[in-house]
Design a binder for this molecule. Sequence first.
Ligand code: ADP
Ligand code: MG
Length: 472
Amino acid sequence: MARNLHGDFTRQRHSFGKVFKPMTNTEQDRWSRVKGRLRSSVGEDVYSSWFARMDLEGVQDESVRLSVPTRFLKSWIQAHYAERVLSCWQAEMPEVHRIDLTVRTAMRCAGATAIAPVSASHDALGGSPLDPRLTFASFVIGRSNTLAHAAARQVAEGRRGDPVMFNPLYIHAGVGLGKTHLLQAVTWAGNSGNERKVLYLTAEKFMYGFVAALKTQTALAFKEALRGIDVLVIDDLQFLQGKSTQAEFCHTLNALIDAGRQVVIAADRPPSDLESLDDRMRSRLAGGLVVEMGSLGEELRLGILKSRVAAARAHHASFDVPDQVLDYLARSITHNGRDLEGAINRLLAHSKLNAQPVTLEMAEREVRDLIRPQEPKRIKIEDIQRVVARQYNVSRSDLLSSRRTANVVRPRQVAMYLAKTLTLRSLPEIGRRFGGRDHTTVLHAVRKIEALVAKDVALSEEVESLKRQLQE
Ligand code: ADP
Ligand code: MG
């Protein structure tokens, strides 16, 4: 489940806002005992799933700082085990009242500048950590990203000395729509196979590397080294800040492009909206190929979920997610790829810890908070009447008429029920819109359908399908 690789991670205990003293032996012993308590309190399985990679960073007065390697672990532990961890500490040290849980990647970045690195330039040029799962093989292509994908592929397949087709390649999209995935895929593909050197850097890493290099007077070496690579991949350009780093970035970009090296950039907005950059820079960025990736359609979301499940199954063969659950997730988690990933992680965690198969009910419970309310679409009563009439093959005037034959009565009741549940109209208003009926007739229809939906599966599915059609 680890998102990042931490090859060169070294522990740094003194670079946070609050100063934590180096750890003493007694603290280490206490930590061992706390871990022992945790292990016996949650059991071996849970312990090794969630706590095995938790480290003690330090103890200061009432607070203990612990770290884990991923954001996912952090949020899971906070949501499910915060109290448990605290009480295990209190059993050893009653004065402890607070547990701070941090993610080690973030600390590593913060530490990199606080502690003047001996080889700042090399550190910066080591690139940002790559996630081994973010490759072309796992990238699902859909309508919204076809062009970006094709352009990225083209870039990745280039060879040293090939003419560069578009430079820079600039990809922009909102959060969680696959920018980082595509950029890392380019990096993986470029670095394996041919002799080119591809460097992936987040804009933040670029800044830290540069600032650190300036401090240690190796700025020149840093620039030279940076210019010595074949493909520079910069993620999250919108975070590039500060006049001198921007100027430096600008020089680097110009130097690389002029030398025929490929530059690939991702940001959350088009070049014209990068307000802090100067005009020349913006037009240089816009001078290559600018591609936008749109929101993930339902089909693409389903594809991403399937690819995630397949990846998880490589390590957890017994993990399986029924199609019905995948459909449900693809339909209801609409905002971005991160939430899709989060949903699969939760189902995996849940089914492993409880040794239970994934069911629709479990999925609904586990991912509830990932389902953000859709901007409610305003549904009109006319739309309801039109859609219902079409579904049941009657005319809209049949619905409004006083005919009482069964083939009209049921559709009319369904339409009134939908009008009550999907709009804010009052019962009398709905009655008026259905051929001037009384509000008690509407109420009767609503109750009738409510009761039927609860026991008649076919009708309930019909109603759900009508709701979907209306909400689309
Ligand atoms: P961004 O950098 O645009 O914020 P990411 O690249 O981090 O988004 O994507 C968020 C999550 O969604 C990741 O887990 C990523 O693998 C997944 N994802 C997004 N788009 C796709 C896609 N087209 N195919 C497969 N996974 C995707
Ligand atoms: Mg990203």
